[in-house]
Design a protein around this ligand. Structure first.
Ligand code: ZN
Ligand code: ZN
Length: 279
């Protein structure tokens, strides 16, 4: 077969890190960034490619705790999240995703047993999920409520409905909503030495004070969520035991007593929205 003069490229948005379906020319815009929860950079829409990222970025691999590996890059790229590889009795889960995937990351993941399932909290972290799925021959589990935000459709993507998915033994996906309609967290039973951990992405956001969390429709644009939504999110976590929360970035974790942190943070948030603090 004769190769076309210009092979299609799966362009990556430089602001949010989302890879789009292959095309000869970059898309006219990035729907993820045009949404009010994100933003187009002050310099306008910019695009890059995975080949370019492999030249500019280096992998950063950190052991977060036994059975949990953080995978980031230096410098960080786009939103800067670091996915987590979580070891469970039923297999390895890649929780969330990022744009860079290079030889060092592939070797680190394979050295830990590869990936049995990919699960992503919300569309801001879909990134190059299709590249990861192909490299590790793993299905991608996304909540169906966020289906319209998939910019690179692929047979590896499997949509799930409802409030809970038993992904594999030791890993449960919970739809909390909030930031996105399909906003998902993962309960990792083996986390925190067996006391349970929540891998929360942006859905339950670990904030600067590491014993608190927050909840927003948009973090960069500071758009809050209604009281009823936050109360509903916390009610969905009530049946679950977890002592630790790993947020979206390196060093964003509530290391102890995390369930109580969620409850008191939600109370503070709802009070701030509803009545304020009187000073
Ligand atoms: Zn974008
Ligand atoms: Zn987000």
């Amino acid at each position: 077969m004769e190769a076309s003069r210009q092979d299609p490229t799966a362009w990556i948005c430089a602001t949010c890190g989302t890879q789009h379906a292959p095309a000869a020319e970059p898309p006219a815009g990035c729907a993820i960034c045009l949404d009010e929860r994100q933003y187009v950079g002050a310099g306008g829409q910019r695009w890059t490619t995975l080949a370019d990222l492999r030249e500019r970025l280096r992998a950063e691999i950190r052991q977060e705790e036994p059975g949990l590996t953080g995978i980031g890059s230096t410098p960080s790229f786009a939103i800067g999240q670091r996915p987590l590889l979580a070891r469970c009795p039923g297999g390895n889960v890649l929780w969330d995703c990022m744009a860079l995937l290079d030889d060092e990351i592939e070797a680190a993941v394979r050295g830990r047993g590869g990936i049995d399932a990919i699960a992503i909290s919300h569309p801001h972290y879909y990134s190059t999920m299709v590249e990861w799925a192909r490299a590790f021959d793993a299905p991608i589990h996304l909540h169906a409520a966020d289906r319209r935000w998939v910019m690179r459709p692929d047979p590896a993507v499997r949509f799930w409905d409802g409030e809970r998915l038993d992904l594999l033994e030791g890993a449960t996906l919970l739809r909390l909503g909030g930031h996105f309609a399909g906003g998902t967290v993962m309960h990792w039973a083996a986390g925190a030495e067996g006391r349970g951990a929540l891998l929360s992405g942006d859905i339950v956001q670990v904030v600067a004070d590491r014993s608190w969390v927050s909840f927003m429709r948009s973090y960069p644009n500071l758009i809050p969520l209604p009281v009823a939504t936050v109360e509903e999110m916390v009610a969905k976590l009530e049946p679950w035991d977890f002592d630790r929360i790993y947020g979206a970035w390196f060093d964003r974790a509530v290391m102890d007593d995390a369930k109580a942190a969620v409850i008191r943070s939600a109370e503070r948030y709802c009070r701030a929205i509803a009545e304020g603090f009187g000073e």
